[in-house]
Design a protein around this ligand. Structure first.
Ligand SMILES: *[C@@H]1O[C@H](CO)[C@@H](O)[C@H](O)[C@H]1NC(C)=O
Length: 511
C-alpha cells in the first residue's frame, strides 16, 4: 500500500472525537490527535481488547446448546448419556480455561514485548486468536468437546497478552496529554466486546443450536482485521528508540503519530525519562516480596485484586443466563436482561472515568464493595422467595444484578489498578503489576471453575459466598488501605510505615 499522505497532515480540529478528548484546555501544541494515532488506537483496541471482552461473555448465552452438543458427542462415543456432574465439569473447564490461559499469557508479556516490540506482539498475538477461532468453529464437525476446551485455553493466552500489551502500546504512542484519555479506550472496548457477545447471543441471532459454532469462531474476525491493518501503523517510538536504539525509525514513527516534523524535543525527553528510570533500577518480583517497607502495600494489592474477582463479577458474565433462569425469569426475557446489563456496564465504565478522577479511591472502593455485597444478599433473598411470590423475585433478581454491575463498575473494577500505580514507585511498579495480574487471572479462573458446582451444591445460597467475600474485602480496605489520591509515594509509605514496622525517614531518596 502506498504511503497515505493524508496521515501526515495535521488533523482537522473540528472532529467530534477531537472535541471529546479536548475537554480540559490544553496548550495548543499538544492538542493534536492525528488520524494515525486515532486509527492505531481503534484498530489495536478492536483487534485485541474487544476480543478479550467478547470471549468473556461468549460462553453465556449459547451454553445450553453447547452442553447439548457435549452430551450428544458423549452419547455417540460411549453409547450412554453423559452424567450430570461430568457435564458440569466439562462445561466449567470450557469456561475457566480462558482465565487460566490468561494467566500464562500475562507471564509471556515481558519477554515478548521486548523481543517483538509492542505492535509486533499484538500482531503475533493474533495467532492465539485465529487458531482457536478455527478450532472452535470446526469443533462440531470434528465431534470433539476437547477441541473447545483447548481452544478456550489458547484464546485465553491471547487475552492475557492483550490486556497488558494494548495499554502499553497506547501509552507509548500517545502524546503525554492524551495518555489518560487513551488509557480508557482498552477498558471501554472490553465492555463493548462483552456487550457484542451478549447481543449476538440473542436466540434469534446466534445463540441457538446452529449458531453457536459461528458465534465462538467469530472471535477470529477482529484478530484478522488487526493482522491486516495494524502493520501499516508505526511501532511504539519509545520501543524503537530505547530497546532497539534505532533513532531513525523512532523519529519517523513519531512524526507520523504527531503529524509534524519537529519531534526532536520529544525524542530527547524519552531519552531522559529512560535514564531516570534506569537510574532508579527495577525491582524483581522476588525482591519486591522481600521488602519489608512494601509488605502491606503488596498484601493490599493482592486482597483488592482477589476481592475484585472473587466477588463474582465474572460469574455474572460467564453464567448470567443460568442465574436468571434459576430466579424464574422467562427464557425469552433472559436474553434482553443480559444485553441490558452489558449496556449498563458500558455506560458505567465511561462514567467511572470521571467519577474516579473526582473522588477519593478509598471511598469508591468502600461504596463499590458495599453495593456489591448488598446486591448479592438481595439476589440470594430473591432466589429464595421465588416460589412463594411471583413477580417479586423476578424483578429483584434483575434489579440486584444491575445494581451489582453498577457497584462493581464504580469501585472494585477500575480502582485496584489505580491504587497499585499510586502505592508503588516506578522501580517497583512492574513487579507489583505482575503480582496483581497473576492474582487477577488465578482468581478469575477459580470463580469460573467453581461457580457451576457452587450453584448446583448451594442453589440459591451460592451468592452468599460472594457477599461474604465483598464484606471481607470491604473491612480490610476500611482498616488498612489509606486514601492514595494526590499522595506522593513517600506519603503513602509513611502511612503504611507503622504497619510495616519500618521507619521512613524523609529525604532517603524515595522522593
Ligand atoms: C443428555 O441427553 C439425554 C438424551 O438426549 C437426556 O435424556 C439427558 O438428560 C441429557 N443429560 C444431561 C446431563 O443433560
Amino acid at each position: 500500500m502506498a504511503e497515505n499522505k493524508e496521515w501526515e497532515k495535521p488533523v482537522e480540529k473540528k472532529g467530534w472525537f477531537h472535541i471529546v478528548l479536548r475537554c480540559p484546555p490544553l496548550p495548543p501544541i499538544l492538542q493534536r490527535l492525528t488520524v494515525v494515532l486515532v486509527y492505531a488506537t481503534l484498530i489495536s483496541a478492536f483487534g485485541s481488547s474487544f476480543q478479550y471482552g467478547y470471549n468473556v461473555a461468549v460462553v453465556n448465552s449459547p451454553s445450553p446448546f453447547i452442553q447439548q452438543f457435549y452430551n450428544a458427542t458423549y452419547l455417540e462415543r460411549y453409547g450412554r448419556p453423559i452424567e450430570a456432574n461430568f457435564l458440569t465439569l466439562l462445561w466449567s473447564l470450557s469456561v475457566s480455561m480462558y482465565p487460566l490461559g490468561g494467566f500464562f499469557g500475562s507471564l509471556m508479556v515481558a519477554p515478548l514485548v521486548n523481543k517483538l516490540g509492542r505492535k509486533g506482539t499484538l500482531l503475533f498475538n493474533n495467532i492465539f486468536s485465529i487458531v482457536p477461532a478455527v478450532m472452535m468453529g470446526v469443533s462440531e464437525i470434528a465431534k470433539s468437546y476437547e477441541i473447545i476446551i483447548v481452544a478456550r485455553f489458547i484464546v485465553g493466552i491471547c487475552a492475557g497478552l492483550s490486556s497488558n500489551v494494548v495499554p502499553m502500546y497506547l501509552g507509548e504512542i500517545a502524546p503525554k496529554n492524551l495518555r489518560g484519555a487513551l488509557g480508557i479506550v482498552p477498558q471501554l472496548f472490553i465492555t463493548v466486546g462483552i456487550l457484542a457477545a451478549q447481543v449476538l447471543g440473542i436466540r434469534n441471532i446466534l445463540g441457538n443450536s446452529t449458531g453457536w459454532t459461528l458465534m465462538l469462531g467469530l472471535t477470529g474476525i477482529p484478530a484478522l482485521i488487526e493482522l491486516l491493518l495494524l502493520p501499516f501503523f508505526p511501532e511504539s517510538p519509545r520501543y524503537m528508540l530505547i530497546q532497539k536504539g534505532n533513532e531513525k525509525t523512532a523519529k519517523k514513527a513519531l512524526q507520523r503519530l504527531r503529524g509534524w516534523d519537529n519531534v526532536d524535543a520529544e525524542l530527547s525527553e524519552m531519552h531522559l525519562e529512560e535514564q531516570s528510570e534506569r537510574a532508579e533500577g527495577r525491582l524483581s518480583v522476588l525482591s519486591l516480596l522481600s521488602q519489608c517497607s512494601l509488605l502491606w502495600q503488596l498484601i493490599s494489592v493482592i486482597i483488592m485484586n482477589m476481592g475484585q474477582q472473587l466477588s463474582g463479577v465474572n460469574a455474572i458474565y460467564y453464567y448470567a443466563d443460568s442465574i436468571y433462569a434459576s430466579a424464574g425469569v422467562k427464557q425469552n426475557d433472559i436474553q434482553y436482561v443480559t444485553v441490558g446489563t452489558g449496556a449498563v456496564n458500558v455506560f458505567m465504565t465511561v462514567a467511572a472515568v470521571f467519577i474516579v478522577e473526582a473522588t477519593g479511591r478509598r471511598l469508591l472502593l468502600l461504596c463499590g464493595f458495599g453495593i456489591c455485597c448488598g446486591a448479592c444478599v438481595l439476589l440470594t433473598v430473591a432466589l429464595n422467595f421465588q416460589e412463594s411470590m411471583t413477580w417479586m423475585p423476578y424483578v429483584s433478581s434483575i434489579a440486584s444484578v444491575i445494581v451489582y454491575v453498577i457497584g462493581h463498575a464504580i469501585g472494585p473494577s477500575p480502582i485496584p489498578c489505580v491504587v497499585t500505580t499510586e502505592m508503588f514507585k516506578q522501580s517497583a511498579r512492574p513487579a507489583a503489576f505482575m503480582v496483581a495480574g497473576s492474582v487477577h487471572w488465578l482468581s478469575n479462573f477459580t470463580v469460573g471453575l467453581v461457580f457451576p458446582f457452587l450453584e448446583s451444591g448451594l442453589g440459591p445460597y451460592s451468592f452468599i459466598i460472594f457477599s461474604f467475600i465483598c464484606l471481607f474485602t470491604l473491612v480490610y480496605i476500611w482498616l488498612v488501605v489509606p486514601e492514595t489520591k494526590n499522595k506522593t509515594f513517600l506519603e503513602v509509605s509513611q502511612m503504611f510505615a507503622k504497619r510495616n514496622k519500618v521507619e521512613i525517614k524523609l529525604g532517603d531518596g524515595d522522593l
